[in-house]
Design a protein around this ligand. Structure first.
Ligand code: CAA
Length: 376
């Protein structure tokens, strides 16, 4: 039921703007409005904080269905989860009440600030500093590749509080867009997901109250990694949705397109391509759903976020599904031939959008590092 209702909504209210959002590289406000009106913009927020209380699998299904028509729009529910999960997992009761409520209502969005210009794969090499000053923390630094930056009201920012301790000297903070000293770089000019703004976030002597520390001092890196264990599954969901959109389109096209006197779908060469695409997609979906089930087991509501085998499964789902999405969208373009290569058809957009899923929330090379360190 959830899938059917999100699919109808996505087709009616989000799909009509997907091409325009991509071509004009503009934020999909129509998608945000439709998602908020139907309480689908941040479904993961627990009911106790005013949210829909969706489990990880339901969240995956929502993201999948939105990504099937517009990948940029699917970053609304996905990054709302990424940005707010540090608060859900490790934040004080006060922080949860203050910040999850507006997110659940659709009055505010969240972004996640881990990466920096010189700290991407090596997230622990970050330079952004947070220094305690009386009842405040003062933050200075630059965060890079921040999804939905400028649109979001709240930012979870990882910063160094003890430079001697490397990853154990990193802490997590809640920064508001309206805090003095917060500003944004120009939107990056990207290959895909053009409707979702990616910008630098500048922190220039940003003074925040001490109680905006998320969890204990020195636990920020672990919180950031625990968060990614859960949210890499939402990137897998995004990849599944993009791939499903491409497969559905190609499947229809090969029945219409006639060459040599019959639909090209009657040729075995084309049938084999479609069979491979559907097989890879289903394998990726099963792995993603298995990972989502594990995400649930580490009990978000209890705020435990234990490692268990989630770390492996989160990385594996994201890695496998994003590679599958890249292959499937590339083959879908191929099935449309010259038409697939033009902007008159949505497939080149889907192929461009798929690429990022192999890169963000950790490159697929880093996913393999993570998997190798956490073999089941
Ligand atoms: N759960 C809980 N704690 C964890 C953890 C996990 N999954 N992973 C690490 N930790 C903690 C542990 O306390 C660990 O210490 P112990 O080994 O003593 O337990 C500590 O963190 C340090 O861990 P590592 O030694 O493994 O750290 P490392 O420096 O070797 O880095 C890494 C590990 C996996 C390479 C990590 O840096 C990484 O994931 N890099 C990729 C970063 C990334 O994914 N960035 C994405 C940015 S977000 C984005 O793209 C989103 C967007 O906008 C859409």
């Amino acid at each position: 039921m959830l899938r059917d209702s999100v699919r109808s909504l996505a087709e009616a209210k989000i799909a009509p703007f997907a091409t325009e959002v991509d071509e004009e590289a503009r934020f999909p406000q129509e998608a945000l409005d439709a998602l908020v009106a139907n309480d689908l913009h941040a479904v993961h927020v627990p009911e106790s904080y005013g949210g829909a209380g969706a489990d990880a699998l339901a969240t995956v299904i929502v993201i999948e269905e939105v990504a099937r028509v517009c990948a940029s729009s699917s970053l609304i529910p996905a990054v709302n989860k990424l940005g707010s999960l540090p608060v859900v997992l490790s934040g004080s009761e006060e922080l949860k009440k203050t910040y999850l409520g507006p997110l659940a209502k659709g009055d505010a969005m969240f972004s996640y600030c881990l990466s920096e210009p010189d700290a991407g794969s090596d997230a622990g090499g970050m330079k952004t500093r947070a220094v305690r000053d009386g009842d405040s923390w003062v933050l200075n630094g630059v965060k890079r590749w921040i999804t939905n930056a400028g649109v979001s009201d709240y930012y979870t920012v990882m910063a160094v509080t003890d430079p001697e301790k490397r990853t154990k000297g990193i802490s997590a903070f809640l920064v508001e867009k309206s805090d003095e000293g917060v500003s944004f770089g120009a939107p990056e000019k990207k290959l895909g997901i053009k409707g979702s703004p990616t910008r630098e976030v500048y922190l220039d002597n940003v003074r925040i109250p001490a109680d905006r520390l998320i969890g204990a001092e020195g636990t920020g890196f672990a919180t950031a990694m625990k968060t990614l264990d859960h949210t890499r599954i939402t990137i897998a969901a995004q990849a599944l949705g993009i791939a499903q959109g491409a497969l559905d389109y190609a499947k229809g096209y090969v029945q219409e397109r006639k060459q040599f006197g019959k639909p090209i779908g009657d040729f075995q060469g084309v049938q084999f391509m479609l069979a491979d695409m559907a097989m890879k997609l289903e394998a990726a979906r099963q792995l993603t759903y298995a990972a989502a089930a594990r995400s649930e087991r580490v009990s978000l509501a209890a705020g435990k976020g234990g490692k268990e085998d989630l770390t492996f499964f989160g990385a594996a789902a994201k890695c496998y599904a994003s590679d599958a999405a890249m292959e499937i969208t590339t083959d879908a373009v191929q099935l449309l031939g010259g038409y697939g290569y033009t902007r008159d058809y949505p497939l080149e957009r889907m192929m461009r959008d798929a690429k990022i899923t192999q890169i963000y929330e950790g490159t697929n090379q880093i996913q393999r590092v993570v998997m190798a360190r956490n073999l089941p």
